[in-house]
Design a binder for this molecule. Structure first.
Ligand SMILES: Nc1ncnc2c1ncn2[C@@H]1O[C@H](COP(=O)(O)OP(=O)(O)OP(=O)(O)O)[C@@H](O)[C@H]1O
Ligand SMILES: [Mg+2]
Length: 263
């Protein structure tokens, strides 16, 4: 069992797309995956096609109004704008950083992997994710400033580790939405490699409009553009290796080699 928080200091680095796509891939290799939308924007809930009126949501769970199991809709705990209010309420409570951890504790035995999609801010919701998780995965957009963003996110990871979650591990950082034909992206990759060594995933996720198109059409990138989705298959392989999930890696390589993913 692995709980992974996907975060970044900045907005729009491809976190939600990563959670969506990794959820999809890991399910195709028969892992039981719970996706948790921890962003009031509710993008992950949209991407995974949850009915916008579905209740209860993660906000109800954090507010103590619903049992975690009741908030799982087709393998995802959705979010909507109500989560912004729940975050404010949470701020005034004892144990406010521990709320998500306690909620997920009840569910963990039913899943192999829990993926938490964080909002684009290093606030209380992201701290809750980092306290609930065993692993943190950083997404960095291929920009000159990505190094700085990763460092800020790492400080928050250290904070969570030093205070509330000593077991938290940094799973890695992935350079996302990259165009390695440009010097700009290559420089971002090189500086991340220099500073973070093997924590930087070898795989970068190529930039393509196909991600927005596939989200709009509610089609997985695996089916929409299998040629591009190979980036995420390689990322999944690197992550499973780091997690020591070798059997799952074996199934992943059959998915990648054997078949174009079925429609
Ligand atoms: N590899 C990619 N190439 C090009 N566009 C991408 C890629 N991945 C995601 N996008 C697009 O970039 C936008 C932001 O992606 P996404 O919502 O996944 O980022 P995010 O980090 O979750 O954003 P936020 O910080 O607002 O939650 C979306 O329109 C998405 O379709
Ligand atoms: Mg997002």
């Amino acid at each position: 069992m692995a709980t992974i928080a996907v975060l970044s200091q900045k907005g729009g680095t491809g976190k939600t797309t990563a959670v969506r796509t990794l959820t999809d891939i890991l399910r195709r290799i028969d892992l039981r995956v719970l996706a948790v939308d921890l962003d009031p924007q509710g993008n992950l809930s949209d991407y995974l096609d949850v009915d916008p009126d579905a209740t209860p949501t993660i906000a109800d769970v954090l507010a103590g109004r619903a049992k975690p199991a009741e908030a799982v809709h087709g393998g995802i705990i959705p979010a909507n704008l109500g989560l912004a209010e729940a975050e404010l309420m949470l701020g005034g409570k004892m144990g406010r950083e521990l709320t998500l951890k306690k909620a997920l504790r009840e569910l963990k035995q039913d899943y192999d992997v829990v993926l938490i999609d964080c909002p684009p801010a290093l606030g209380l919701l992201t701290v809750n994710a980092l306290v609930a998780a065993e692993y943190a995965l950083l997404s960095a957009e291929a920009q000159y400033f990505s190094l700085q963003g990763v460092e800020q996110a790492l400080e928050v990871i250290d904070l969570a580790r030093d205070s509330l979650n000593p077991d938290l591990q940094w799973l890695g950082v992935v350079l996302n939405i990259a165009d390695m034909r440009t010097r700009h992206s290559r420089e971002a990759f090189d500086s991340l490699r220099q500073h973070f060594g093997e924590k930087l995933l070898d795989t970068t996720i190529r930039a393509s409009i196909a991600y927005a198109e596939s989200a709009e059409r509610a089609v997985s990138i695996l089916d929409y553009r299998p040629d591009l989705a190979s980036d995420y298959l390689s990322v999944a392989d690197e992550l499973l290796r780091r997690l020591g999930m070798d059997q799952a890696r074996g199934r992943l390589s059959s998915l990648a080699n054997g078949s174009r993913p079925s429609v």
